[in-house]
Design a protein around this ligand. Structure first.
Ligand SMILES: Cc1cc2nc3c(=O)[nH]c(=O)nc-3n(C[C@H](O)[C@H](O)[C@H](O)COP(=O)(O)O)c2cc1C
Length: 473
């Protein structure tokens, strides 16, 4: 039998699509995150998802308003998972930690605490960070270069392993009669003296139920791939197409095998942004609305210094290499794109139009059929500029359409699982958990939570991920 996919939620309370917070009914107040986090956790757990995942970004600034509004203000990830530990009982909880700035002892300690408190549901996503402003927030002059960030990250992983191994499995004796609480032999130091890090240990938290807490890694550089392949249980990849995912997964598995690991010990997870509704047409209308809500260079927005430069028809024409004197550069946002204009946008323009028509159910002016939604509204420059400026891994449709996508990626060995993003909260996450998740389970793509006797089929995050504790080669 084929294994189910690993399916987790990448939680962004303000929504994962930058205009999602503007959708009617969407959560848009980070000061009220407690309620929405509890709600998301309940939904994810009831749907039988494998984990809730929290990314991190160590700075904020006005430029993020239009690019990544969910990064502007949010609960720090370790606080979020500790908060949710008390209101969940089965789902895995993964927090991101930036190894460039974090302290390994503090990280080992808070994650071991989470693992003990949740009886083995903790995971940690280690990133080295890509935000230069993080340096100033941590008393440094500049963000470290790739070499030294990954040098430190490798030592960080070693430090976590040694600290989590502080207590041998039988070191806590607790023999009240003899008055023996611990076996001192079973309490081991970390004694790491590296180029970047020093930590003595042992750790003052009980041995985590999972032993070594599952490690996730996300990055793109060669050093990042090497770290993911040799040290992580889960690798998060950015894969815009199935072909790229297949190639990246194969590369990571090859590096793992060269390092002496079983490639099956490394699970590769791709991001996906399902836009789910009861019918394909209703899901298309949500995407149309999201695109229409992307702020473009008009009205009060363009007066902001931080407003992105790529949100004009002219910038789109530049990106598609249309001659500078072409009159289509002056098209108004709400003007439909004509067939004649499409022809002037070249092959890449035609591909963009085809995709936007397909995901948003739009039709071309002049009676063309630029996609599935030939009965829908007209495709305008607004849709095109928005889709080009704010790309997303949209998969759009009813439960069956979403499940078809997941199934195709599994069958082509493109990914071992998905990080599910929701365009806005909570209704798009609910649409996924309440309509898509049952269909995924029916097709064997989402883990069945209990066996015939109602016994849980997995209790720890490691069980859910089907990765045994990593043993050095
Ligand atoms: C799917 C994915 C998720 C990521 N999530 C985060 C994150 O939450 N926080 C962060 O600082 N960086 C995150 N990154 C960025 C990476 O940590 C990395 O710094 C960036 O991709 C640059 O690659 P490099 O570190 O290999 O040079 C993510 C990257 C990917 C591919």
């Amino acid at each position: 039998m084929t294994d189910p996919l690993i399916i987790g939620a990448m939680v962004r309370t303000l929504g994962a699509y930058p205009s999602g917070w503007r959708h009617p009914g969407a959560h848009r107040d980070p000061a009220a995150d407690a309620d929405i986090l509890r709600h998301i956790a309940q939904e994810g757990e009831d749907a039988g998802l494998d984990y809730l995942f929290f990314g991190d970004w160590l700075a904020t600034g006005p430029d993020l308003e239009f690019r990544d509004p969910y990064l502007l203000a949010r609960i720090d990830p370790v606080s979020a998972v500790l908060f949710l530990a008390g209101v969940t009982s089965r789902i895995g909880l993964i927090a991101t930690v930036n190894t460039t700035y974090a302290d390994p002892y503090t990280t080992a300690r808070s994650l071991a605490s989470l693992d003990v408190l949740t009886r083995g549901r903790a995971g940690v996503n280690l990133v080295t960070g890509a935000e230069p402003r993080a340096a100033g927030n941590h008393g440094r002059d500049a963000h470290a270069d790739n070499e030294s960030r990954y040098g430190r990250a490798e030592e960080f992983v070693e430090a976590l392993r040694r600290l989590w191994d502080s207590w041998a499995e039988d070191a806590w004796v607790a023999d009240a009669e003899r008055g023996v609480l611990i076996d001192p032999e079973g309490l081991r130091s970390a004694d790491l003296r590296g180029e970047h890090l020093r930590v003595s240990g042992p750790l003052n938290v009980a041995r985590p139920p999972q032993g070594r807490i599952p490690i996730v890694h996300a990055g793109t550089s060669p050093r990042s791939r090497a770290l993911a392949a040799t040290a992580a249980d889960l690798a998060l990849i950015a894969a815009p197409t199935i072909a790229e995912a297949i190639a990246t997964r194969r590369t990571l598995r090859d590096i793992a095998a060269e390092a002496g690991r079983s490639p099956d010990a490394l699970k590769v997870i791709a991001p996906v942004l399902p836009v789910v509704a009861d019918t394909d047409a209703a899901a298309h209308r949500i995407v149309e609305r999201l695109l229409a809500l992307v702020p473009l260079a008009e009205g009060h927005h363009s007066a902001r210094t931080a407003f992105p430069q790529n949100r004009t028809v002219d910038a789109l024409a530049d990106a598609l290499e249309v001659p500078a004197d072409d009159e289509l550069r002056t098209a108004a946002f709400d003007q439909p794109v004509t067939r004649a204009e499409e022809a002037r946008l070249g092959e890449r323009g035609a591909a963009l139009i085809e995709r936007v028509a397909r995901i948003a159910g739009l039709r071309m002016a002049e009676g063309g059929t630029a996609g599935a939604g030939s009965a829908g509204a007209a495709l305008t420059w607004r849709h095109l500029v928005a889709a080009h400026a704010v790309p997303a891994a949209f998969v759009v449709g009813d439960a069956g359409t979403i499940a078809d996508h997941f199934e195709r990626w599994r069958d082509h060995e493109a990914a071992d699982g998905f990080n599910v993003l929701s365009a806005f909260q909570p209704s798009q996450f609910e649409a996924f958990t309440r309509t898509a998740a049952p269909e995924l389970r029916r097709r064997g793509l989402l883990r069945d939570e209990g066996d015939a006797g109602g016994k849980p089929s997995a209790t720890t995050l490691r069980d859910r991920l089907r990765v045994s504790s990593y043993v050095d080669a």
